[in-house]
Design a protein around this ligand. Structure first.
Ligand code: COA
Length: 431
């Protein structure tokens, strides 16, 4: 062992040796580009589809240790934030890098509360969607449309302009999400109530009918608060990478966040809790669990809500959500599928197949049960993810635009197609 933080690479094609610096457990891909570089060779590159072992940025927003099951925002453990903070305080922490003072907090909450309304023309745009439009399609197009209402948003180097758009986006997201929900039900859109907290107001916009003032159940508002905190950021996942990649072209933040919403819409990212719910409905009763587990072990089934690319331990968010289930079910009555989920978890955690592969419940295992108990249709689940993730996307976007090392995202390719073919005009090809 030496203290030397370098890697020596021998290129067996030429016999040449290269010494490459190691910083934070990484080497720079650009250093590999020097290997074998000549007039007709661009040098070595890294082939890494899906970025499974490539760091795209240095970041101080979120820390994850998947082996140990640790998740921290700006250094604060997720368990403590979920227990004692609010979503807006966590959003402040993510965006600004530190917890707010009382004055900063009150100002932040005030600003966000008073930007919850959206332009009436945006309401007309939403009303133009078909009755069965997917709420995620509605959300992503309306967030994209916001950039047309605030054309100054493209001045991304101006701190005040950036701040204004961040406040607007965090404030308006619940309004747009709730209106997409109401649209599917053919119910009138409910305007924000700025007397209520962030999650209370969201519940009001979702569920208020003819009552002059909606009175949200504090236990449900608190459960949503916890779910929002848990979903606020998760470092360089697919949607955050989309925000950063699109943002690297220096487009306005509404357009960059729209890319994140689009990435989240995909079933491999935001759709797993819906798959869990479908699975639980299919299993139906506790008695059917052992047979289902056998099916998983035989490779005929997959235990949805189990396993994670990063967490090889209990996903810390799953523990917290499990607790939130109890609070929600106290109000809504127990979702009968909870029993099936608990039995699945119990058997799987003791079974050698799952233990050996380090398969534990992830964030999606219990969240679908809560959302269903709150009467959300499955299409809304991803909207409930996108609303809180907005603060994480924006924190990551801010970091990107201030990072002097970042350039426009432009990966390399390994070209595998034909070369230098002679074009034959259609008049000759189609004879
Ligand atoms: C999340 C997920 C895609 C991670 O996949 P990954 O890191 O690529 O892990 P792998 O697919 O390589 O799985 C490793 C092993 O565990 C098994 N495995 C992984 N997740 C499993 C699951 N949910 N049920 C049954 N077996 C599973 C794989 O079959 C593989 O077994 P093998 O070694 O015998 O081939 C995967 O665990 C999964 O599909 N989970 C269910 C969907 C889900 O809950 N997604 C939400 C994530 S937040």
């Amino acid at each position: 062992m030496t203290d030397k933080q370098t890697l020596t690479i021998r290129d067996n094609r030429s016999g040449e040796e290269y010494e490459v610096e190691i910083t934070d457990g990484s080497i720079r891909a650009a250093d590999l580009g020097k290997i074998g570089k000549s007039d007709d060779d661009p040098g070595l590159s890294v082939y890494d589809p899906g970025f499974t072992n490539t760091a795209s940025t240095r970041s101080a927003v979120t820390y994850i240790d998947g082996e140990k099951g640790i998740l921290e925002y700006r250094g604060y453990p997720i368990e403590q934030l979920a227990e004692s903070s609010t979503y807006l305080e966590v959003a402040y922490l993510l965006i600004h890098g530190e917890l707010p003072t009382k004055e900063q907090h009150d100002q932040w909450v005030h600003e966000i509360t008073f930007h919850t309304f959206v332009h009436e023309n945006l309401k007309s745009q939403l009303q133009g969607f078909r009755y069965d439009a997917h709420p995620m399609g509605m959300l992503l197009s309306s967030v994209g449309a916001l950039s047309t209402f605030y054309p100054e948003a493209n001045k991304i180097k101006d701190p005040q302009v950036r701040h204004d758009q961040i406040v607007r986006m965090i404030a308006k997201m619940p309004t747009l999400g709730a209106w997409a929900f109401r649209h599917a039900q053919g119910k009138p859109y409910v305007y924000p109530d700025n007397d209520l907290s962030y999650t209370e107001n969201f519940l009001s916009m979702l569920f208020r009918m003819s009552e002059p003032k909606y009175d949200p159940d504090p236990r449900l508002a608190k459960a949503l608060e916890v779910l929002f905190i848990l979903h606020a950021d998760h470092e360089q996942n697919a949607s955050t990478n989309a925000v950063r990649s699109v943002g690297s072209s220096q487009v306005d933040p509404y357009s960059a966040v729209t890319a994140g919403i689009a990435a989240l819409y995909g079933p491999l990212h935001g759709g797993a809790n819906e798959a869990v719910l479908k699975m639980l409905k299919r299993i139906k009763t506790k008695d059917n669990v052992p047979a289902f587990i056998e099916g998983v072990k035989n490779g005929e089934e997959r235990l949805m809500g189990f396993g994670h690319r990063v967490y090889k331990n209990y996903d810390p968010r799953a523990t917290i959500i499990k607790k939130a289930c109890d609070d929600v079910f106290e109000v809504t009555g127990v979702n009968p599928l909870l029993e099936v989920a608990q039995e699945l978890e119990k058997i799987a955690l003791e079974d050698e197949y799952f233990v050996k592969r380090k398969l534990y419940p992830n964030v999606d295992f219990y969240s679908g049960l809560i959302y269903e108990a709150l009467q959300f249709p499955p299409e809304m689940f991803t909207v409930l993810f996108a609303i809180p993730r907005t603060s994480g996307w924006l924190a990551q976007w801010l970091e990107l635009v201030d990072d002097p090392e970042q350039k426009i995202a432009r990966p390399k390719q390994i070209y595998t197609g034909a070369r230098q073919l002679d074009f034959v005009p259609s008049s000759e090809r189609w004879k």
